[in-house]
Design a protein around this ligand. Structure first.
Ligand code: B12
Length: 294
């Protein structure tokens, strides 16, 4: 089933990036921006195509509200330096709109999702991570900040178009693991790398993930390990899982704060990483190999 698409007129997109409508129409007619036509013959630009064009062409956005991202207004969107500190402060203070705005502005500037995860969300959440020791208020902040990040990463993910015939990546969080953001940012990263990313979410049993990999004929399977809890799979269990999945033809990517040491490091077809940027680089290689095999 085709999802309902948000369509922008050339005038809408022209306003968003502060150019004339005639320039915008010219770019559509030259094929630089993909548009559809209404029954009356008017050009309409899918929202995700508008965002792709903005990121690709590095056009500054002067009116992000047109793109449904009003919160991005006034945010520099820079990832370098201490941008994450401002994010941590906004998340701590329950300033939901600026926190979302910082992440959306970084995305509109063309920053890869992997860098947004590694250089903004990860350090900001790490900063908030110590607060739980100060009681229930700290835990409340952790939960609330997680929800704000989930909403924003999901919004960004919904703007990525899956190419026709894209290889499939399937993944989730480890069994017994309640953490959402590791697997969610992995899914968004892999979608940006051109995969159809199927995220089974937190607490995914390893046999369920292995079965999903077979069902989808996945090219890549990821597992995010964040919890040190008792149900965390051992290195031996993870190695057996990776072996079984790679026999089915998929490459396996494991990572996260709670990744245990493996009994036999350096297994063929298995990648262990520490960051989303590393996952993106590994995925680019898997995608190139899948394209050659197609
Ligand atoms: C949010 C949070 C929670 C939330 C989770 C909500 C949810 N549903 O997701 C809740 C409140 C449930 C929670 C609970 C607990 N938490 Co907690 N939590 C955090 C916090 C603040 C942020 C985690 C997060 O989402 N980060 C954002 C993501 C994007 O970053 P990331 O997970 O680090 O992932 C990055 C990399 O690891 C890597 N990566 C991740 N997955 C993958 C996968 C692949 C394939 C690859 C290549 C890379 C990769 O890339 C990511 C981006 O850079 C951390 C702080 C911290 N230092 O991490 C504490 C933290 C992990 N929690 C901690 C603790 C102690 C707990 C609790 C015991 C007590 C408490 N705080 O309530 C319980 C235990 C829960 C359990 N069963 O394990 C400690 C753990 C200490 C330790 N020794 O391990 C931390 C470090 C806080 C601290 N400084 O004390 N927590």
């Amino acid at each position: 089933m085709e999802a309902t698409q948000t369509l922008l007129s050339p005038n809408d997109l022209a306003r968003a990036i502060g150019v004339s409508e005639s320039s915008l129409k010219r770019w559509v007619d030259r094929g630089e921006i993909r548009a559809v036509r209404t029954l009356g013959g008017h050009r309409r630009i899918p929202l995700e195509e508008a965002v792709r064009f903005i990121r690709h062409s590095r056009h500054p956005v002067v009116d992000p509200a047109v793109l449904g991202m009003a919160e991005a207004s006034g945010h520099a969107g820079r990832v370098e330096g201490s941008g994450w500190r401002a994010l941590a402060e906004a998340l701590r203070a329950d300033d939901h709109a600026p926190a979302r705005g910082m992440l959306l502005a970084a995305y509109l500037l063309g920053t890869p999702i992997a860098r947004i995860a590694d250089e903004l969300i990860h350090p900001a959440m790490e900063e908030l991570g110590g607060l739980w020791k100060h009681g229930s208020a700290g835990i409340m902040v952790e939960h609330r900040a997680t929800d704000t990040c989930i909403q924003t990463v999901s919004q960004i993910r919904s703007l990525i178009r899956t190419p026709e015939g894209a290889p499939v990546a399937v993944g989730g969080g480890a069994p017994g693991d309640p953490y959402v953001l590791g697997s969610l940012t992995a899914a968004a990263t892999l979608a940006e790398e051109g995969f159809r990313a199927v995220n089974l979410g937190p607490d995914t049993p390893l046999d369920v993930l292995a079965a999903a990999a077979r069902e989808y004929r996945a090219s890549l399977v990821w597992l995010s390990l964040s919890s040190q809890g008792r149900s965390r799979p051992s290195g031996r269990e993870l190695a057996a899982f990776a072996h079984a999945v790679s026999e089915g033809g998929a490459k396996v990517a494991l990572g996260g704060r709670a990744m245990p040491p493996l009994p036999t490091p350096g297994m063929p077809g298995l990648f262990v990483g520490k960051s989303m940027s590393e996952l993106a680089a590994f995925a680019a290689g898997v995608r190139a190999a899948a394209a050659l095999g197609a």
